[in-house]
Design a protein around this ligand. Structure first.
Ligand SMILES: *Cc1c(COP(=O)(O)O)cnc(C)c1O
Length: 401
């Protein structure tokens, strides 16, 4: 992977040879996230985004507290999806003004914590309006809300669709006028709209189209209200390349399109900030998962490296987190980077299930017991998106380097 270099046989992570970093961490398996790569990713984005577009970090992609605190210093806001994530964002020193909360099933206690915190709540049902009105009266605090709209279109070519058609997320666009009336009647503080069409998209054209349609829809919906729109969250969906043949997302057209929308917004929404919220794109490529070879076996001619990590730490690399057809993440032997021969190898974990695959018949440097296997593109949807309790192996450690 181009973002990481090596020193002889050793892959460098955060400038340190992988064997040394492993000694520093004290165990395998572990995840390492590289601050410098995250900072330069944010810098690249800022260079193409118009200055007044706000960049938010959707922390469900990677909720490690130290990483969230680092992100809080780089971005304009943190998007949380639970009261648990809200705690991490507040602990990180994020101002409540810069936190928003989305999620289809916010419990009453979570709504209460959100109002008490003073954050922006993305409303996703009529029940939430009534509950927030009651909480706001009880606590004598305003409830700041935006409306999460389930749009009447989809994000074309996205890995995970989260809007359009029947969905558990947000309120159907058709029902939003009635919801806005209820918000006004209940005297909640309306501040804007949130539209999120989908995730993991590598096509700039499709992202621009979704942003345009989201903007149009927000404009139409705002015609019926008297309260000014202060935030217009156009979602994100920026993807990263995982598999052979995937092309990196071209940011330039997206920057151009957003500049155009910012210009239009000066007339249409004079008080609004445009917001985009990204998770994977900000942190995914900056992370690696490192696991050690425990055994090397040959079964009927096929080579298996059995490692101490697996799907219990890295469900997405095993192909069991939303992939229809399993494909290999980029993998390398981090202690044999200069090897000039490769062999067809499968990397499997220690779990007693054939689903525990990290690399299926890939060409890798020859490795033996003690070598370190690295899974790239692992900074998002890793540790926190994996079933760590399954089979009772030790927990994974996470470090920010
Ligand atoms: C998951 C999620 C995101 C982040 O998606 P990525 O693909 O990681 O960028 C952003 N917004 C909302 C509402 C989400 O649910």
């Amino acid at each position: 992977m181009a973002q990481f270099s090596n020193d002889g046989d050793q892959l460098l992570i955060g400038g340190m040879p992988i064997s040394q970093l492993t000694e520093r961490v004290g165990q395998t398996p572990y995840y390492a996230y590289d601050r410098k790569l995250i900072r330069s990713r944010v810098g690249d984005l800022r260079a193409v985004l118009p200055k007044n577009v706000k960049l938010h970090y959707a922390m469900k992609a990677n909720p490690m507290p130290a990483l969230v605190a680092f992100m809080a210093g780089l971005v304009d806001g943190i998007d949380v999806a639970s009261a648990g994530e809200l705690k991490v964002a507040l602990d990180a020193g994020t101002s409540p003004q810069e936190i928003s909360f989305a999620g289809p099933g916010k419990r009453h206690s979570e709504l209460r914590q959100a109002v008490a915190s003073g954050i922006l709540i993305n409303i996703e049902s009529f029940r939430e309006v009534d509950a927030l009105a009651e909480i706001s009266r009880e606590l004598a605090l305003p409830a700041r809300v935006a409306v999460r709209v389930n749009p009447d279109f989809e994000l074309k070519g996205s890995g995970m669709k989260m809007g359009g058609g029947p969905k558990q997320f947000g309120v159907d666009a058709e029902a939003v006028p009635e919801l806005l009336e209820r918000i006004a009647k209940q005297q909640l503080m309306f501040e804007g709209f949130h539209l999120f069409a989908g995730s993991q998209n590598l096509k700039a054209e499709a992202i621009c189209e979704a942003q345009d349609k989201s903007y149009q829809l927000a404009l139409k919906l705002s015609s019926s209200i008297r309260m000014p729109v202060r935030f217009l969250n156009l979602g994100g969906g920026f993807g990263i390349p995982y598999f052979p043949g995937e092309q990196r997302l071209d940011l330039a057209p997206i920057g151009k399109n957003l500049s155009r929308l910012v210009e239009r917004a000066k007339d249409d929404f004079p008080e609004a900030s445009l917001v985009i919220e990204l998770g994977r794109y900000l942190v995914g490529e900056a992370g690696v998962y490192v696991t050690r070879v425990v055994d090397r076996k040959i079964s009927r001619g096929q080579i298996f490296l059995i490692v101490d990590g697996g799907l219990h730490h890295h469900l997405s690399a095993s192909g069991n987190f939303g992939q229809v057809i399993r494909k290999n993440y980029p993998v390398a032997i981090g202690t044999q980077m200069n090897a000039n021969t490769t062999e067809m190898t499968s990397v499997v974990g220690p779990l007693c299930t054939p689903l525990d695959i990290l690399a299926d018949r890939m060409h890798l440097a020859q490795a033996t017991q003690g070598d370190l296997v690295v899974i790239f593109q692992s900074g998002a949807y890793g540790a926190s998106a994996s079933p760590q309790r399954f089979l009772g192996h030790p927990d994974v450690v996470e470090v920010l380097v």
